[in-house]
Design a protein around this ligand. Sequence first.
Ligand code: FAD
Length: 325
Amino acid sequence: MTKKVLVLGEVREGALRNVSFEVIAAAKKISGGGEVVAVLLGESVQSFTEEMIHYGADRVVTIEHANLKQYTSDGFSQGFMAVYEQESPEAIVFGHTALGKDLSPKIASKLASGLISDVTSIEGEGDEAVFIRPIYSGKAFEKVRNKNGLLFVTIRPNNIAPLEHDSSRSGEVSSIDVDVTNLRTIIADVVRKTTEGVDLSEAKVVVAGGRGVKSAEGFNPLKELADLLGGAVGASRGACDADYCDYSLQIGQTGKVITPDLYIGVGISGAIQHMAGMSNSKIIVAINKDPEAEIFKVADYGIVGDLFEVVPMMIEEFQKAKVGV
Ligand code: FAD
């Protein structure tokens, strides 16, 4: 049986997040040839509808309202539920992002549905789809199938590749008026701790520093390396606890879960709680002066050495490669 699948696109700071295209790709598999309807909520989202269609959405439904400018679970659940009631889909896909993690349980409870969260890959298609998700902090994977009722899935960013962008794809765009004025919370202002650079949870390259970096200034070369590679800086909790950097950079069980193409761990021992957040990275490089460090057990490439020598050498080599010297 084909399915109609509703996906939620995410707009942040005036741009569609990459996960918006990944949910479409996941929905295509789940739909088994059915329809993929993308939902965009925000103050002004019309300009993103075409992009969603070019990445494979068959249709886009928007709700625009000043109160949807910033995410609130109240506002977005009212908006999403209005589209759900209009569309009556058989399945829903969100990103397993900060927004998706907050909103999906609320919507699932409203719909009295189950929730298959943090899916990293999908085997099979349509009714045969099997969802693979990590358990026990990434030490094992389980395969889950939806037996009956609404299928509701969240997918981990950077794991399911978007479809090819195709500007010849076309689709219908419609909007719904929803009165999102009766909210318990309104975001008056957002004050960012970290203002610049690539988003850690979506970065293709992450250079993460640990307690071995020894100071906040010690993170500067890591930032330089990350910038050179078009990536983001992350950290262990050890580094955050020592006040070398902000907790928004923490990777791990109680921080962000990341799956970049390349993770470079610098002066990080590889505690189990840290590895829960990065062990699914595609290529892991570890730099540590202790050859017995746990992180070497998951590393594809290990460099035993002093980070204060190794990182500047890497920067130099990447700079040369970049300018083609
Ligand atoms: P350390 O373990 O102190 O390691 C520093 C490393 O740097 C060492 O391996 C050392 O050999 C190396 N080093 C030192 N100097 C140099 C040098 N000059 N050159 C090269 N290498 C050098 N941790 C997380 O990261 N994320 C989490 O989400 C998280 N959640 C937790 C939740 C709970 C409930 C608990 C109890 C702990 C959690 N932790 C988490 C903490 C975790 O257990 C570790 O304490 C922490 O990850 C250690 O950080 P680190 O590797 O930077 O420091």
